[in-house]
Write a protein that binds this ligand. Structure first.
Ligand code: ASP
Length: 296
């Protein structure tokens, strides 16, 4: 079973079909690994890579821009059975940060590598940053200009999140895994680290549940959203109730908005507080996609 999201936020209806097609392709790539008897960890990485390469999503190519107009990428992958984690945070210009996060996990020495210095580890893997500007799309240039104009004029606030990608999977051996990748939020300060690469905030997997979250990163960090879902499930709450309770708690405490996808041993859930969150899933009995399940 694999479930993929393409970010919680506000998306114009004319982009919905493209986003749904993107998450469907990503879910299919992850499912192909699971169907061949592969591991959940490899499946979530394969799904996320597809969306990092798709310029419609805010990860890898198409990342949100810092207020300097640069790209700083973030990703995390976690194996629920072993609690092994690899993450990269605020690393410039990685086209596939999830590949470097996986290498951090596999190396086993550290959990998170952050900032430009992490490019030295990437270089050891033979991974170079993309040429300056290569990951930047016109859509993200426009969103940066919009956010900068808002700062200058204090006009109506603009949505700075959206388009982050993530996947959760359960393989036939019973392992759970989660992965998330993002360019972060539009107009972020250089060096800002969001929730996506932080275990227990944007990404979490243990033997009970696997979660990838998206939305207002500072709010997600302040409540450790994904770990909160897993803790509720471990305490006996059904997965959907745990997800909804955790999102409501986030909103009550921070006033922020978020969404998440999650799997446990038998069920799956996708829910969000913001208008749209493209999702797709595939399991043995087929698959589907949706623009999300808005809860109040
Ligand atoms: N959560 C991401 C961040 O704050 C943004 C998003 O999910 O769209 O970096």
């Amino acid at each position: 079973m694999i479930l993929v999201h393409g970010g919680a936020g506000t998306v114009a209806p004319d982009r919905h079909d493209r986003l749904r097609a993107g998450v469907r392709a990503a879910a299919a790539a992850g499912h192909a690994i699971l169907a061949a008897g592969g591991y959940a960890l490899d499946a979530v990485v394969a799904s996320v890579r597809i969306l990092e390469d798709d310029p419609e999503f805010n990860a890898g190519t198409g990342s949100a821009l810092t207020r300097d107009g640069s790209v700083e990428t973030e990703a995390c992958v976690m194996d629920g059975t072993t609690h092994r984690i690899g993450a990269v945070a605020a690393v410039p210009d990685l086209a596939n940060p999830i590949a470097v996060a996986l290498a951090v996990l596999e190396a086993g020495e550290h959990v998170i590598l952050a900032g430009p210095a992490a490019l030295r580890f990437a270089a050891e893997l033979g991974i170079s940053p993309a040429p300056q500007g290569a990951l930047i799309t016109d859509r993200m240039r426009d969103r940066l200009a919009e956010a900068a104009a808002h700062e200058a004029t204090a006009s109506a606030p603009v949505d700075r999140s959206g388009g982050t990608v993530g996947a959760v999977a359960r393989d036939r051996h019973g392992n759970l895994a989660a992965a998330t990748s993002t360019g972060g939020i539009v107009y972020k300060r250089s060096g800002r680290v969001g929730d996506s690469p932080i275990p227990g905030a944007g990404t979490w997997a243990d033997r009970t549940a696997a979660i990838s979250a998206t939305g207002d990163g500072e709010a997600i960090l302040r409540v450790a959203l994904s770990r909160g879902v897993a803790a509720r499930v471990a305490a006996g709450m059904p997965l959907r109730e745990a997800a909804i309770a955790s999102l409501r708690e986030l909103h009550e405490i921070t006033g922020g908005s978020a969404g998440l996808i999650a799997l446990d041993g038998s069920s799956r859930v996708f829910v969000q507080l913001s208008p749209t969150m493209p999702v797709a899933w595939v399991d043995a009995s087929g698959g589907g996609d949706s623009i999300g399940d808005l809860i109040s």
